[in-house]
Design a binder for this molecule. Structure first.
Ligand code: FEO
Ligand code: CA
Ligand code: CA
Ligand code: CA
Length: 594
């Protein structure tokens, strides 16, 4: 636990200027190192990365592709458990001569192995802020598309999650498209299954209207897939295995301290394109989990457990909290602005009361076997949560990504990354919580629970940032002087530093320069002073981020990702330099004088 509530203390670095370099650029006076990158071995006897000699067996024991969420958990004696998501693969950038129309079995199996999760013990390097992997540590672990995951909570065993390979509906193979995540107070890791729809083929052939409507709402009614896994495993073919897809789209809880513990898909938290899940303890000692569904016009959710959290973050606490996330209430947010809708003109100009703000309610959807949604059973609400939220009239948001409660104030910050379709023909128009039509740059919302209790069923809210070029008068910087801020576009992942300042990483900077990581104070005279701490290499997105007393860490995801980029024709040489292909990797940045 840190000190302040986020008044800007500790943010005395010189901001990094926007750029398009093929490098990670940190402020003057900071050093950097790659902690781990795609293909680096986690275990002894595993071959070092070689794009021309890659095998599925090697990849199953190497660091996966496209690192996204990053967290550190304490081990003591200068060691930490580093937990990392591997969200997706880009085969053209992984295999020489890749033929997208005819992938080989080896290429597909490398893809299966390069997805998933890594747990790696890292140790502090003496005299620097760097961390080095401890190859072969007994706690190191790779989970991938063939690893066993337990389904838990109300949907486990339900007819709609039973398959030929798993007639009990309790053991799923793999986790897919793990985007953001969170750490729990009891020392486990939550990882979010996001765009799982893209792995399943032949949804277009489904004739049952109810099933087809469900697939369509989740974007899974396609004929083919990009990676063509359906040719190598029937479970990715909806015509042959219609329920396999229902075993993805969950929040997964992993105990990284126990390499033998089965990771658990927590069905009580609902099924959608989960971006992340971040906890806060309620006044009466239960846990609230804040979650976004990253799609244009989708929703913000909260889960509140029935049971109280057993305090502590040791093995005993993890044992006592092992079923906590299987019982609770799932809510969805409805936002109400306090200015007249006529004043929300879609440009981003502030209404006459000087703020995008208002109140809101958490609408309950389901608790255990009790559904609060007309026409849907409890299990259906959990499996097809988007449709349940449609029924109750939740507020359509501009792609809710990471949602982060402040560790001390409990205020909740929501990254709304962008929404090109806001205000388009037949689509929802701008409202006070999503005030720009064709929202290119996104915004950050600040939510205060009623009575500062995370269990509340109502809240107030305001927009902290309306992102973009500060020279654009229709951007907003928490009341701070726009002439003294860094431009920011497309906020995605959120984290707090030990002083309580908010850090924001971006994905898809629509201002023409590379993505990056930004810090912003929340309290006092510096509230809204966005400062850029780093930029990532060309084509990359900034993920992770992790900020502690000794270092800032980010995951550089998809460096060199660009239409037409291949192994033969790479668009980045980061991090290995001239003549190399880009490798996604985890970077540590620390002040040189320590
Ligand atoms: Fe995988 Fe919504 O970012
Ligand atoms: Ca207002
Ligand atoms: Ca993300
Ligand atoms: Ca976060």
């Amino acid at each position: 636990p840190g000190r302040g509530e986020g008044d800007g203390r500790g943010l005395d670095f010189v901001p990094v200027e926007p750029n398009t370099l093929d490098a990670l650029t940190a402020p003057p006076g900071y050093a950097q190192a790659v902690v781990m990158a795609w293909g680096d071995p986690l275990f002894k006897g595993v071959p070092a990365f070689d794009v021309d000699k890659q095998t599925p067996a090697a990849q199953r024991k190497q660091f996966g592709f496209n690192n996204d969420f990053l967290g550190l958990l304490p081990l003591g004696r200068g060691q930490h458990l580093m937990v990392v998501n591997h969200e997706y693969t880009t085969e053209q950038m992984m295999h020489r001569g890749y033929d997208a129309a005819n992938p080989t079995r080896d290429q597909v199996e490398i893809g299966w192995a390069a997805h998933g999760l890594s747990v790696v013990v890292v140790e502090e390097e003496r005299g620097t802020g760097n961390l080095r992997p401890v190859v072969g540590h007994r706690l190191n672990r790779r989970l991938h598309t063939q690893s066993e995951f337990e389904l838990t909570g109300p949907v486990a065993g339900h007819a709609l999650v039973r398959t030929k390979a798993d007639p009990r509906g309790r053991t799923a193979l793999g986790t897919l498209n793990n985007c953001g995540g969170g750490l729990t107070p009891w020392g486990t890791w939550l990882t979010a299954e996001e765009n799982f729809n893209q792995y399943f083929a032949n949804g277009s052939t489904v004739t049952d209207p109810t099933t087809l409507a469900r697939l369509k709402r989740y974007g899974a009614a396609n004929a083919t897939t990009e990676r063509k896994w359906e040719r190598f495993d029937d479970r990715f073919d909806l015509a042959k295995e219609p329920n396999e897809i229902n075993r993805f789209g969950w929040i997964v809880e992993v105990d990284p301290y126990d390499p033998t513990a089965a990771p658990k898909k927590r069905t009580a938290l609902g099924r959608f394109k989960h971006e992340a899940a971040e906890p806060f303890i309620t006044d009466d000692g239960r846990v609230a989990m804040y979650m976004g569904d990253d799609e244009r016009f989708d929703y913000l959710y909260k889960f509140v457990s029935d049971g109280k959290v057993a305090r502590g973050n040791d093995a005993n606490a993890r044992r006592r909290n092992r079923d906590l996330l299987d019982h609770g209430t799932l809510f969805v947010a409805r936002f109400l602005g306090n200015s007249s809708q006529a004043e929300i003109d879609g440009t981003g100009a502030l209404p006459s009361d000087g703020a995008f703000d208002g109140a809101g309610v958490w609408v309950p959807l389901v608790n255990g076997t009790t559904s609060y949604v007309k026409g849907m059973t409890a299990e259906e609400v959990l499996l097809f949560t988007r449709q349940a939220a449609d029924v109750v009239g939740a507020t359509k948001m501009d792609r809710p990504e990471d949602v982060q409660p402040h560790p001390r104030t409990g205020k909740v910050y929501v990254a709304l990354t962008n929404n090109a379709n806001r205000g388009a023909a037949g689509q929802a128009v701008a409202d006070e919580a999503n005030p720009r039509s064709a929202n290119k740059h996104g915004h950050v919302l600040e939510l205060s629970e009623l009575g500062d209790d995370a269990a509340a069923n109502a809240f107030t809210w305001n927009l902290l940032l309306v992102c973009g070029d500060p020279k654009d008068p229709n951007t907003y910087w928490g009341g701070f002087d726009p002439r003294r801020v860094s431009p920011i576009s497309c906020p995605d992942n959120l984290a707090f530093d030990p002083d309580g300042n908010l850090w924001i990483s971006t994905d898809g900077n629509a201002l023409g320069s590379n993505d990056g990581l930004f810090a912003v104070p929340l309290e006092g005279s510096k509230r809204g002073q966005v400062k850029q701490f780093l930029t990532v290499p060309a084509g990359a997105e900034t993920c992770g981020p992790w900020i502690d007393e000794d270092r800032v860490m980010v995951c550089v995801q998809h460096p060199g990702e660009k239409n037409g980029a291949t192994v033969e024709n790479p668009a980045s040489q980061w991090p290995d330099g001239p003549g190399s292909i880009p490798r996604p990797g985890v970077v540590a940045v620390w002040p040189k004088r320590r």
